[in-house]
Design a protein around this ligand. Structure first.
Ligand SMILES: Nc1ncnc2c1ncn2[C@@H]1O[C@H](COP(=O)(O)OP(=O)(O)OP(=O)(O)O)[C@@H](O)[C@H]1O
Ligand SMILES: [Mg+2]
Length: 377
């Protein structure tokens, strides 16, 4: 849609909005709205049309109060902007009406000095920002495990092998009725050993990268799953065969996908009538970029891999800590799976997004692909 068609009828038009200004506003990916003194829509950009779920033409016929009930705190903000002639922002607003259902919205309102009583609103869905915060938190979460892994490896493994050996000796010498106890000690020591081994994967080793065919990784994991823990689970595959190779470490990527598929299978096979199903999808997604920590560099992440299941969704109390180590809702879970996923994806310079609701949980990885520069190495 062209800029002109989003401009509202001439009588309402902001007098100084040149085509160039309009073009810039309309290209902005965040919703921008200009309201006149009566809170009629004077201008909406393309992102705002999408956000409000209505075209510029239909918005020109209504006021903001027709979309959002007049007792919404948004109107306090707008009044305040008019009164104080200052920019004011409000976070975590809920915009709810018959036509609109938005939560966690950040709105910034600014006066337009050249056009008194006009208010400029910039709106943002905070979930996007929050998702980003969480990705950064993953890195922190993984780092706390890194240190602990080293300590555990040193301080626990040696005494543990002593305990295990002693239990084994006891097994052969104690009375038969006590043997069970000695076996219990050995088994539990083995369990701790396995846990420490898993934690060692968090160690700070530099990652060795090569071009990786992500579809081979997915196929490998699917086969592993279907011959093991996911025998009765249906797999759907939507692969984009034109994708370039990922610039990464094949074994680590197998670990990532395996952990996600295992979680998906565990969720989908838990107490639901639905047939458990895992959907693996790959594709291009342009416009995903991430800053490289400590540098001004931006990394393009054009490739995504999604692992989706039809289970009950992520429990509410787990969500805020999903990627932290030792967070689990499972009686036999260690809660290390997703912490490891976050660590490996972070090491690859990638990003994870999660969307979950009952019946559909989607873990989406955004990964870097091989560039000419990498291929030359
Ligand atoms: N696909 C999913 N659907 C619903 N909940 C999930 C899903 N993936 C993860 N979770 C929730 O996140 C928690 C943490 O997952 P994570 O993989 O880190 O540990 P775990 O699966 O409990 O144990 P481990 O992976 O060490 O066996 C899970 O216990 C579960 O509550
Ligand atoms: Mg897991």
């Amino acid at each position: 849609m062209s800029f002109a068609s989003r401009l509202l009828p001439a009588r309402n038009r902001a007098p100084d909005l040149t085509p160039m200004h309009g073009a810039i506003l309309s290209a902005m990916p965040v919703p921008v709205v200009l309201l006149d003194a009566d809170n009629r829509f004077k201008y909406v950009n393309h992102a705002a049309e999408q956000f409000l779920g209505a075209s510029a033409a239909s918005l020109s016929q209504v006021r903001l109060t027709d979309l959002v009930p007049s007792d919404n705190p948004l109107f306090l903000l707008i009044d305040q902007v008019r009164r104080t002639e200052a920019t004011i922002s409000d976070h975590d607003l809920t915009l709810e009406s018959a036509r609109l259902h938005k939560t966690g919205i950040t709105v910034q309102g600014s006066p337009v000095p050249e056009d008194p009583n006009t208010v400029l609103l910039v709106m943002q869905d905070a979930s996007a920002a929050r998702a980003l915060d969480r990705h950064l938190a993953f890195r922190g979460a993984a780092r706390s495990v890194t240190g602990m892994a080293a300590i555990l490896a040193h301080e626990v493994k040696n005494p543990l092998s002593g305990i295990r050996g002693a239990a084994q000796l006891l097994e052969s010498s104690v009375a038969p009725e006590d043997r069970e106890l000695a076996e219990l000690i050995r088994d539990e020591a083995d369990r701790i050993r396995a846990l420490v081994d898993r934690m060692e994967a968090f160690g700070e080793k530099p990652i060795v990268r090569a071009p990786v065919n992500i579809h081979r990784v997915l196929e490998h994991v699917r086969k592993l799953a279907q011959t093991g823990f996911a025998e009765h689970v249906r797999f759907q595959e939507n692969y984009d065969p034109s994708l370039p190779p990922v610039w990464g470490n094949r074994d680590q990527l197998v670990q990532v996908i395996l952990n996600l598929v295992k979680n998906g299978v565990e969720a989908a096979t838990q107490g639901s009538d639905r047939r458990p199903e895992i959907t693996l999808t790959t594709g291009f997604q342009h416009g995903m970029r991430l800053s490289v920590p400590g540098t001004k560099q931006r990394l393009d992440l054009p490739l995504f891999v999604s692992v989706r299941d039809n289970g009950a969704g992520i429990p509410d109390d787990i969500r805020p800590h999903l990627f932290e180590p030792f967070v689990t809702s499972k009686s036999a879970g260690s809660g290390l799976g997703l912490a490891l996923v976050a660590k490996i994806v972070g090491d690859h310079g990638g990003l994870i997004e999660v969307e979950s609701r009952p019946g559909r949980t989607d873990f989406r990885l955004h990964l870097p692909v091989v560039t000419e520069k990498d291929a030359d190495q």
